[in-house]
Design a protein around this ligand. Structure first.
Ligand code: FES
Length: 311
């Protein structure tokens, strides 16, 4: 197992450090960024309205269709019945649904940087190759070249499987699509952070127990949100205040100051809100209740609560 892990880490490490990919990756990402500015279309492709990224959901359409066609090929061969017509239709369905799926992925990918952007480029390249193979398979089957159709479908499945592994690496190892504040552990008690006169309509950033918190006065009230943008970690205190929201300076997500709710994507998760109170001339904050275990039961670090013995 260790050998396989070493091999996999070696391969992914090479891709992540392959600066040669930066030229084409950045050029494509610039174009995508210009075509998809913050707004309704970007919201739709990002999955902003659903609270989670759209890409991992919509990939079910092409992957499910292609995989079903592949298994029909196998089942049809093994029991003497033919699933050729159904497999052909599934391949076409998979190929057609690949277009909107690619758009959601491109939108997410354009907001990444560095290693994530390089891996994403290879992920996209493998998907294009797989789509070419499935298209070739449809053509071969239409021409009566049944074996060639089976072969190109099988190679396409292997290709899209490798691509899926890279997609999993982006999500699970590099956190693309994950709420970047999910592991922030702020002190649960009231924490003194600033003098009343120091909090104005220009956002500032304070640190409580290693967690950056944005403070701003708006409509006469002091508001506090996690400063790290839930999308890709942008510093919200450097953003503008607009219609009761703070605008992330990196990709333009907009969060309501009152409760952190996403007013505009590409972010899909709200900013963690903090409760605010004034004691004398001082501002104090504490995180709003959150049932997430990693925020409440950290196992290491200064903010960890009482240790719990494993059974
Ligand atoms: S980091 Fe992307 S919108 Fe904030």
């Amino acid at each position: 197992m260790a050998t396989i892990n070493n091999l996999v880490e070696n391969v992914i490490g090479r891709v992540e450090r392959a600066e040669i990919l930066d030229g084409p990756a950045n050029a494509i990402a610039d174009v995508v960024g210009k075509l998809l500015p913050p707004g309704p279309v970007k919201n739709l492709l990002s999955g902003t309205g659903t609270g989670h990224p759209a890409h991992p959901i919509i990939v079910l359409l092409p992957l499910g269709s292609w995989a079903s066609a592949f298994f029909l090929d196998i089942a049809g061969n093994s029991d003497g019945t033919s699933g050729d017509a159904a497999a052909q239709r599934l391949l076409v369905l998979g190929n057609l649904s690949a277009l909107p799926t690619a758009m959601t992925g491109l939108s997410d990918w354009a907001d990444t940087q560095g290693a994530e952007r390089r891996v994403g480029l290879v992920h996209a390249g493998l998907n294009v190759a797989a789509l070419g193979l499935f298209t070739a398979s449809v053509a071969a089957r239409s021409a009566g070249a049944r074996r060639l159709g089976f072969l190109t479908t099988a190679i396409g499945m292997a290709t899209v499987g490798a691509s899926g592994w890279l997609g999993g690496h982006l999500a699970y190892a590099r956190g693309v699509g994950t709420d970047t504040t999910a592991f922030e552990v702020a002190p649960s008690d009231w924490t003194d952070v600033a003098d009343v006169d120091d909090v104005t309509e220009k956002p500032v950033c304070v640190d409580i127990g290693g967690v950056a918190v944005l403070l701003v006065r708006h409509a006469g009230e002091v508001r506090a949100l996690s400063d790290r943008c839930s999308h890709r970690g942008g510093p919200l205190h450097e953003g503008e205040i607009e219609n009761g929201c703070v605008v992330c300076p990196w990709h333009g997500s907009r969060f309501r100051l009152t409760d952190g709710v996403v007013d505009r994507g590409p972010a899909t998760r709200p900013q963690r809100a903090f409760e605010v109170r004034t004691v004398g001339s001082r501002i104090q904050v504490r995180p709003a209740p959150d049932p997430g275990s990693l925020r409440n039961e950290p196992v290491t670090g200064a903010a960890a609560g009482p240790s719990t013995a494993l059974p």
